[in-house]
Design a protein around this ligand. Structure first.
Ligand SMILES: Cc1ncc(COP(=O)(O)O)c(C=O)c1O
Length: 366
């Protein structure tokens, strides 16, 4: 058995006890609130973790890409939302094949995209289930809630090869807020806008089965919103935790499942150490609320100031605390993009390496 001390660097470690607790707590939150959990698996891209989420009660999963959906379906996941518009003949062909392997739903905010899906459905002899994507403040995909979406959905509902199954939104702008009240306000707006739109669609003769909300920040408030009508939530990053969640006061340091083990390889100047984890290990994702590229465990005033591809420059108050060869543990700013850089993650428990977690969907960007 390998101990964490013996683990070579850089390594992306996942504390299996913390992972387990994060999975359980979020599943309980959803269940108590009476909504389904359909976690976004872009965070871990691992069939094993997706199955753990389902074991804890998730109704299925969300992915961003067709390639990720293929990997998950081949791994045995039966119910998959592809929360991304599918455009172009080659992807539509792949989607048609995939739909014989698993229950697939696709999202879009555009009639032309829905028409492509509908034509495929008609050819194949089925209706493609759709979630219509709505903007509740992020300003990415999606028309506005209410009348604008109702008009859009009416046009989609006329297409013969699609079935309007639900509406969804992603309130990723919650990461720009700090503190409970501001995040709660985003969560409330997200839920209320969708529930209102769902009611308007019902009045227009288009019944909506699924009302799908929930980034990691907003999903934490699902229980206290008291908004009837939301049917599912799709948090992703909650599984590992990261600085983007910590810096806005959403999680505690004890909730970090992901830590990157690195080694001090140079101490060139007073106040600087260099570690063997650069942008190819922890990414250059920044955080709006906290300086640097991650947090060094046990040295919170250290700043991961600069990254080359393989070097990490860390400003430390006192070099004397470090020696060449020392291990440092860095909590990354954004766990999802870190996962995508690695073939496998190291599952650890009680100081020992217990399990290698394959990043099955790594690089499946098409
Ligand atoms: C459509 C959609 N749903 C859910 C999520 C999960 O949100 P989070 O990253 O806050 O866990 C994302 C994240 O990008 C997303 O794009």
């Amino acid at each position: 058995m390998t101990t964490i001390e013996q683990l070579d660097t850089p390594s992306v470690m996942i504390d299996l006890d913390v992972l387990d607790r994060n999975l359980r707590k979020t599943a309980e939150l959803a269940s108590k609130a009476g909504v389904k959990l359909r976690p976004h698996t872009k965070t871990h891209k691992s069939v094993w973790i997706a199955k753990e989420q389902i074991r804890y009660g998730a109704c299925g999963i969300t992915v961003a890409k067709l390639g990720e959906a293929e990997v998950m379906a081949e791994g045995g996941i039966e119910d998959i939302l592809i929360a991304f518009p599918i455009v172009g003949a080659s992807k539509l062909d792949r989607l048609e094949r995939l739909m014989s392997l698993a229950r697939i739903t696709v999202s879009t905010d555009n009639v032309e995209v829905a028409k492509g899906l509908s034509d495929m459905g008609v050819r194949a002899g089925f209706r493609v289930p759709l979630y219509v994507d709505i903007n509740t403040g992020l300003g990415r995909c999606g028309g506005e809630p209410g009348a604008e979406t109702v008009e859009l959905v009416k046009r989609m509902a006329d297409l013969p090869g699609v079935h309007i199954r639900g509406i969804m939104t992603h309130a990723g702008h919650a990461y720009g807020k700090t503190g409970r009240d501001d995040i709660l306000a985003v969560a409330r707006n997200e839920a209320e806008s969708l529930v209102l739109t769902s009611a308007m669609l019902g009045d227009a003769g288009i019944p909506i089965e699924e009302v799908s909300v929930g980034s990691t920040p907003t999903s934490k408030f699902i229980g206290e919103l008291g908004v009837a009508g939301v049917t599912e939530m799709r948090p992703g990053a909650y599984v590992f935790g990261d600085i983007s969640q910590y810096a806005i006061g959403l999680i505690e340091a004890s909730d970090f499942a992901m830590k990157v083990k690195a080694t001090v390889v140079s101490m060139p100047r007073a106040g600087t150490i260099i570690v063997d984890a650069g942008s190819k290990t922890i990414t250059t994702d920044v955080n709006a609320h906290r300086k640097g590229y991650g947090m060094v465990v046990g040295h919170e005033s250290a700043i991961v100031e600069r990254l080359s591809e393989e070097h990490g420059n860390i400003l430390v108050p006192d070099n004397a605390e470090f020696r060449i060869g020392d291990a440092v543990y860095i909590v990354p700013n954004h766990c999802c993009t870190v996962t995508n850089l690695h073939d496998r993650l190291v599952g650890v428990r009680d100081g020992m390496v217990e399990k290698w977690i394959q990043v099955d969907g790594r690089g499946k960007v098409q």
